[in-house]
Design a protein around this ligand. Structure first.
Ligand SMILES: Nc1ncnc2c1ncn2[C@@H]1O[C@H](COP(=O)(O)OP(=O)(O)OP(=O)(O)O)[C@@H](O)[C@H]1O
Ligand SMILES: [Mg+2]
Length: 263
Protein backbone atom coordinates (compact mmCIF):
# COMPACT_ATOMS: atom_id res chain seq x y z
CA UNK A 1 0.00 0.00 0.00
CA UNK A 2 1.24 3.51 -0.70
CA UNK A 3 1.71 6.09 2.04
CA UNK A 4 -1.38 7.76 3.35
CA UNK A 5 -2.44 10.61 5.61
CA UNK A 6 -5.71 10.16 7.44
CA UNK A 7 -7.46 12.89 9.40
CA UNK A 8 -9.92 11.87 12.11
CA UNK A 9 -12.08 14.91 12.78
CA UNK A 10 -15.49 15.80 14.16
CA UNK A 11 -17.45 17.27 17.01
CA UNK A 12 -16.25 16.87 20.59
CA UNK A 13 -16.72 13.50 22.24
CA UNK A 14 -17.75 11.64 19.10
CA UNK A 15 -14.96 9.07 19.28
CA UNK A 16 -12.04 10.61 17.35
CA UNK A 17 -9.42 9.42 19.83
CA UNK A 18 -10.87 5.92 20.19
CA UNK A 19 -11.05 5.44 16.42
CA UNK A 20 -7.58 6.94 15.82
CA UNK A 21 -6.08 4.53 18.34
CA UNK A 22 -7.89 1.48 16.95
CA UNK A 23 -7.00 2.31 13.35
CA UNK A 24 -3.36 2.85 14.32
CA UNK A 25 -3.22 -0.67 15.74
CA UNK A 26 -5.11 -2.21 12.83
CA UNK A 27 -2.75 -0.66 10.29
CA UNK A 28 0.25 -1.66 12.37
CA UNK A 29 -0.84 -5.26 12.77
CA UNK A 30 -1.39 -5.50 9.04
CA UNK A 31 2.27 -4.64 8.53
CA UNK A 32 2.30 -0.88 8.03
CA UNK A 33 4.55 1.67 9.58
CA UNK A 34 2.21 3.94 11.54
CA UNK A 35 2.67 7.39 12.99
CA UNK A 36 -0.20 8.66 15.13
CA UNK A 37 -0.35 12.39 15.84
CA UNK A 38 -2.37 13.90 18.63
CA UNK A 39 -3.26 17.52 17.88
CA UNK A 40 -5.82 18.00 20.63
CA UNK A 41 -5.31 20.76 23.19
CA UNK A 42 -6.10 18.14 25.84
CA UNK A 43 -4.14 15.29 24.35
CA UNK A 44 -5.29 11.84 25.42
CA UNK A 45 -4.47 9.60 22.51
CA UNK A 46 -1.43 8.29 24.40
CA UNK A 47 -3.42 6.27 26.89
CA UNK A 48 -5.83 4.91 24.29
CA UNK A 49 -2.98 3.82 22.07
CA UNK A 50 -1.10 2.05 24.86
CA UNK A 51 1.17 4.40 26.79
CA UNK A 52 0.94 3.76 30.54
CA UNK A 53 -1.21 6.27 32.46
CA UNK A 54 1.82 7.62 34.38
CA UNK A 55 3.91 8.23 31.30
CA UNK A 56 0.90 9.62 29.41
CA UNK A 57 0.46 12.28 32.05
CA UNK A 58 4.08 13.35 31.85
CA UNK A 59 4.17 13.91 28.07
CA UNK A 60 4.77 17.53 27.08
CA UNK A 61 3.05 18.34 23.77
CA UNK A 62 5.40 19.89 21.21
CA UNK A 63 3.56 23.20 21.25
CA UNK A 64 4.20 23.44 24.99
CA UNK A 65 7.87 22.66 24.66
CA UNK A 66 9.09 26.23 24.82
CA UNK A 67 12.76 25.44 24.24
CA UNK A 68 11.96 23.45 21.13
CA UNK A 69 9.61 26.13 19.82
CA UNK A 70 12.30 28.76 20.34
CA UNK A 71 15.02 26.63 18.81
CA UNK A 72 12.96 26.03 15.66
CA UNK A 73 11.13 29.32 15.20
CA UNK A 74 13.42 31.82 16.88
CA UNK A 75 10.76 33.01 19.34
CA UNK A 76 9.43 31.72 22.61
CA UNK A 77 5.69 31.09 22.93
CA UNK A 78 4.02 34.25 24.18
CA UNK A 79 6.82 36.44 22.88
CA UNK A 80 5.53 36.73 19.40
CA UNK A 81 4.20 40.28 19.53
CA UNK A 82 6.53 42.39 17.50
CA UNK A 83 9.01 39.53 17.18
CA UNK A 84 9.77 38.00 13.83
CA UNK A 85 9.71 34.26 13.87
CA UNK A 86 10.26 31.58 11.32
CA UNK A 87 6.97 30.48 9.79
CA UNK A 88 8.41 27.37 8.21
CA UNK A 89 10.54 25.84 10.92
CA UNK A 90 12.61 22.74 10.38
CA UNK A 91 10.57 19.69 11.35
CA UNK A 92 12.22 16.75 9.66
CA UNK A 93 13.88 15.26 12.71
CA UNK A 94 11.05 15.91 15.16
CA UNK A 95 9.34 12.55 14.84
CA UNK A 96 12.60 10.78 15.49
CA UNK A 97 13.44 12.93 18.49
CA UNK A 98 10.05 13.30 20.11
CA UNK A 99 8.05 10.35 18.86
CA UNK A 100 7.08 7.74 21.45
CA UNK A 101 7.57 4.21 20.27
CA UNK A 102 4.53 2.10 21.09
CA UNK A 103 5.59 -0.93 19.08
CA UNK A 104 8.11 -1.82 16.45
CA UNK A 105 6.13 -0.08 13.71
CA UNK A 106 3.90 2.24 15.67
CA UNK A 107 4.88 5.64 17.05
CA UNK A 108 2.95 8.44 18.66
CA UNK A 109 3.76 12.11 18.52
CA UNK A 110 1.89 14.43 20.85
CA UNK A 111 1.78 17.73 18.99
CA UNK A 112 -0.86 19.66 20.91
CA UNK A 113 -3.31 22.16 19.52
CA UNK A 114 -2.84 23.88 16.18
CA UNK A 115 -5.67 26.26 17.05
CA UNK A 116 -4.26 29.68 17.89
CA UNK A 117 -7.46 30.74 19.62
CA UNK A 118 -7.23 27.80 21.99
CA UNK A 119 -3.52 28.30 22.63
CA UNK A 120 -3.98 31.96 23.53
CA UNK A 121 -2.07 32.93 20.38
CA UNK A 122 1.19 31.18 21.08
CA UNK A 123 1.99 31.96 17.51
CA UNK A 124 5.47 30.47 17.16
CA UNK A 125 4.21 27.23 18.69
CA UNK A 126 1.30 27.10 16.28
CA UNK A 127 3.68 27.75 13.39
CA UNK A 128 5.77 24.79 14.48
CA UNK A 129 2.77 22.47 14.84
CA UNK A 130 1.32 23.48 11.50
CA UNK A 131 4.61 23.08 9.73
CA UNK A 132 4.93 19.65 11.24
CA UNK A 133 1.47 18.61 10.12
CA UNK A 134 2.04 19.89 6.65
CA UNK A 135 5.56 18.69 6.06
CA UNK A 136 5.54 15.45 7.92
CA UNK A 137 7.44 13.24 5.58
CA UNK A 138 5.76 10.14 4.46
CA UNK A 139 8.18 7.32 4.28
CA UNK A 140 7.35 4.51 1.92
CA UNK A 141 4.33 2.62 3.10
CA UNK A 142 3.80 4.87 6.07
CA UNK A 143 0.38 5.67 7.46
CA UNK A 144 -0.06 8.94 9.33
CA UNK A 145 -3.19 9.20 11.45
CA UNK A 146 -4.11 12.56 12.96
CA UNK A 147 -6.44 12.70 15.95
CA UNK A 148 -7.77 16.22 15.42
CA UNK A 149 -9.11 18.66 17.91
CA UNK A 150 -12.89 19.05 17.93
CA UNK A 151 -14.13 21.71 15.56
CA UNK A 152 -13.23 23.17 12.20
CA UNK A 153 -9.83 24.80 12.80
CA UNK A 154 -8.06 21.93 11.11
CA UNK A 155 -9.92 22.81 7.89
CA UNK A 156 -8.18 26.16 7.70
CA UNK A 157 -6.35 26.58 4.43
CA UNK A 158 -2.92 25.12 4.02
CA UNK A 159 -3.39 22.14 6.27
CA UNK A 160 -6.21 19.75 5.63
CA UNK A 161 -5.84 19.55 1.85
CA UNK A 162 -2.84 17.29 2.19
CA UNK A 163 -4.89 14.47 3.63
CA UNK A 164 -5.96 11.46 1.60
CA UNK A 165 -8.83 10.62 3.91
CA UNK A 166 -10.99 12.51 6.36
CA UNK A 167 -13.00 10.35 8.70
CA UNK A 168 -15.72 12.54 10.08
CA UNK A 169 -16.84 11.21 13.44
CA UNK A 170 -20.45 11.78 14.40
CA UNK A 171 -23.11 10.63 16.79
CA UNK A 172 -26.42 9.33 15.48
CA UNK A 173 -28.32 12.53 16.24
CA UNK A 174 -29.68 15.21 13.97
CA UNK A 175 -27.49 17.94 15.40
CA UNK A 176 -24.30 15.93 15.31
CA UNK A 177 -24.96 14.85 11.71
CA UNK A 178 -25.63 18.43 10.68
CA UNK A 179 -22.24 19.45 12.07
CA UNK A 180 -20.65 16.54 10.21
CA UNK A 181 -22.33 17.60 7.00
CA UNK A 182 -20.70 20.98 7.35
CA UNK A 183 -17.26 19.52 8.07
CA UNK A 184 -17.56 17.17 5.10
CA UNK A 185 -18.49 20.09 2.87
CA UNK A 186 -15.40 21.99 4.02
CA UNK A 187 -13.19 18.97 3.43
CA UNK A 188 -14.71 18.53 -0.04
CA UNK A 189 -14.03 22.15 -0.85
CA UNK A 190 -10.42 21.77 0.22
CA UNK A 191 -10.07 18.89 -2.17
CA UNK A 192 -9.80 15.96 0.21
CA UNK A 193 -10.99 13.19 -2.03
CA UNK A 194 -12.11 10.57 0.43
CA UNK A 195 -14.51 11.94 2.99
CA UNK A 196 -16.14 9.29 5.06
CA UNK A 197 -18.79 9.61 7.72
CA UNK A 198 -18.37 7.43 10.80
CA UNK A 199 -21.48 7.33 12.93
CA UNK A 200 -20.43 6.15 16.37
CA UNK A 201 -22.32 5.08 19.51
CA UNK A 202 -25.14 3.66 17.45
CA UNK A 203 -27.86 1.83 19.37
CA UNK A 204 -30.51 1.51 16.67
CA UNK A 205 -28.72 1.01 13.37
CA UNK A 206 -31.81 1.15 11.16
CA UNK A 207 -32.81 4.44 12.62
CA UNK A 208 -29.27 5.80 12.27
CA UNK A 209 -29.21 4.75 8.61
CA UNK A 210 -32.51 6.54 7.98
CA UNK A 211 -31.24 9.70 9.66
CA UNK A 212 -27.99 9.65 7.69
CA UNK A 213 -29.90 9.22 4.42
CA UNK A 214 -31.97 12.24 5.33
CA UNK A 215 -29.24 14.57 6.60
CA UNK A 216 -26.10 13.57 4.69
CA UNK A 217 -27.30 11.66 1.63
CA UNK A 218 -24.71 10.30 -0.72
CA UNK A 219 -21.82 10.25 1.75
CA UNK A 220 -20.01 6.97 2.31
CA UNK A 221 -20.98 5.98 5.85
CA UNK A 222 -20.00 3.46 8.48
CA UNK A 223 -21.78 2.66 11.71
CA UNK A 224 -20.10 1.75 14.98
CA UNK A 225 -22.19 0.36 17.80
CA UNK A 226 -22.55 1.77 21.30
CA UNK A 227 -20.57 -0.14 23.92
CA UNK A 228 -22.00 0.31 27.42
CA UNK A 229 -18.71 -0.93 28.90
CA UNK A 230 -16.57 1.86 27.47
CA UNK A 231 -16.49 3.85 30.67
CA UNK A 232 -15.24 0.85 32.62
CA UNK A 233 -12.44 0.26 30.09
CA UNK A 234 -11.51 3.87 30.58
CA UNK A 235 -11.60 3.65 34.35
CA UNK A 236 -9.32 0.63 34.21
CA UNK A 237 -6.94 2.61 32.00
CA UNK A 238 -7.17 0.04 29.19
CA UNK A 239 -5.59 0.79 25.86
CA UNK A 240 -7.77 -0.03 22.86
CA UNK A 241 -5.70 -3.13 22.25
CA UNK A 242 -7.03 -4.59 25.46
CA UNK A 243 -10.69 -3.93 24.71
CA UNK A 244 -12.61 -7.20 24.31
CA UNK A 245 -12.51 -8.34 20.70
CA UNK A 246 -16.31 -8.52 20.62
CA UNK A 247 -16.77 -4.94 21.83
CA UNK A 248 -19.10 -3.17 19.37
CA UNK A 249 -16.45 -0.46 19.01
CA UNK A 250 -13.69 -2.89 18.05
CA UNK A 251 -16.01 -4.84 15.73
CA UNK A 252 -17.37 -1.70 14.05
CA UNK A 253 -14.03 0.01 13.51
CA UNK A 254 -12.49 -3.24 12.28
CA UNK A 255 -15.29 -3.64 9.74
CA UNK A 256 -14.69 -0.11 8.51
CA UNK A 257 -10.93 -0.70 8.35
CA UNK A 258 -11.38 -3.86 6.29
CA UNK A 259 -13.81 -2.21 3.87
CA UNK A 260 -11.83 0.98 3.42
CA UNK A 261 -8.25 -0.18 3.63
CA UNK A 262 -8.30 -3.96 3.39
CA UNK A 263 -7.29 -5.47 0.12
N1 LIG B 1 -18.94 3.27 20.52
C1 LIG B 1 -18.91 3.83 21.75
N2 LIG B 1 -19.75 3.39 22.71
C2 LIG B 1 -19.75 3.92 23.95
N3 LIG B 1 -18.93 4.92 24.33
C3 LIG B 1 -18.06 5.40 23.41
C4 LIG B 1 -18.00 4.87 22.09
N4 LIG B 1 -17.02 5.54 21.41
C5 LIG B 1 -16.50 6.43 22.28
N5 LIG B 1 -17.12 6.34 23.48
C6 LIG B 1 -16.85 7.17 24.67
O1 LIG B 1 -17.14 8.50 24.37
C7 LIG B 1 -16.19 9.37 24.96
C8 LIG B 1 -15.50 10.18 23.88
O2 LIG B 1 -14.71 9.31 23.10
P1 LIG B 1 -13.34 9.82 22.50
O3 LIG B 1 -12.49 10.37 23.57
O4 LIG B 1 -12.79 8.75 21.64
O5 LIG B 1 -13.92 11.01 21.60
P2 LIG B 1 -13.19 12.29 21.04
O6 LIG B 1 -13.96 12.67 19.83
O7 LIG B 1 -11.75 12.02 20.88
O8 LIG B 1 -13.43 13.34 22.21
P3 LIG B 1 -12.75 14.79 22.36
O9 LIG B 1 -13.46 15.68 21.39
O10 LIG B 1 -13.01 15.13 23.78
O11 LIG B 1 -11.30 14.61 22.04
C9 LIG B 1 -15.22 8.50 25.73
O12 LIG B 1 -15.62 8.47 27.08
C10 LIG B 1 -15.38 7.14 25.07
O13 LIG B 1 -15.12 6.10 25.95
MG1 LIG C 1 -10.08 13.08 21.63
Amino acid sequence: MRSMKILVAGKGGTGKTTVSALLSHFFCSSGHDVLALDTDSTPNLAMSIGVSPDISKSIVPLVKNEDLVEERTGARPGESWGVFFNLSPEVEDIVEKYGIKIKDKLSLLVVGSIDSAKQGCLCPAIALARSLLKHILLKNDQIVIVDAEAGAEVFGRGLAEDFDYMLCMSEPTLRSLEISKNLIRMADELGIRNNVLVVNKVVDEERAIRLVKRVVPGVRSFFVGYDPEMSSYEEEGLSVERYPKNSPVVVGVRRMFDLLFGR
